[in-house]
Design a protein around this ligand. Sequence first.
Ligand code: AP5
Length: 214
Amino acid sequence: MNVIFLGPPGCGKGTQAKRIEQMRGLVQLSTGDMLRLEITEETELGNQVKEVMNAGQLVSDDIIVKLISKRIDEPNCQNGFILDGFPRTLGQADALSIMLSDKGLEISHVIEFAVDDEAMISRITGRLTCDSCGTGYHDEYRKPQKEGVCDVCGGTEFSRRPDDNEETVRARLVAYHEQTAPIIAYYDDKSVLRSVNGMADIDQVTAELNEVIG
Ligand code: AP5
């Protein structure tokens, strides 16, 4: 089963993809995480995309499509994957369709996370991630059980993304509505689109997703 999670920054794509990955054995493919790794490793690609990402703009379709195509070919994707943050433009959606057909694969569900934009600002500016294992937390909505200690690995170092400030989040929301939202109609026309209430609490969203995925 191959699934697309679609929605604006902060809607919960990453949080839920990690949960569904564990529950259903699907692999999370986050284009944002792939690009951040390139930046951390100071690769040529990382240097090329750093400024664009920090400004909240989209990286070019060519770069992203190559990155995802290579990743889908890796053996651990054979049991299915969750695309988190891809496709993000109509060009990417078309490229994905051709790519999957060439690989003999298809998308089972495209799931849109329905949320209010304004609520996404506080979700994102309050987000922090464990440096050791990557588990995501929030200052208010998902605190570690013991303050300053990761529930999963016991790590004590956390970090915030450089693009998680209010100004950049607003730019990311504009990019979402201008360039990404049109693909909702694209998938609706193909009758694979489903929607979940991304404003519900984290456990409720997971339950709704499991129901939709079946
Ligand atoms: P990317 O990393 O994909 O970021 P994004 O789409 O902006 O999404 P986020 O990761 O910020 O949000 P999320 O929906 O995963 O929310 P999360 O679950 O963490 O992309 C970053 C950049 O990379 C882009 O701006 C672009 O430059 C580039 N890029 C990436 N892909 C690209 C592509 N395909 N094409 C071109 N450029 C691309 O949740 C957020 C917070 O809220 C967390 O703290 C969480 O604990 C909390 N939370 C989650 N769910 C709930 C809930 N239900 N209730 C309360 N709190 C919640």
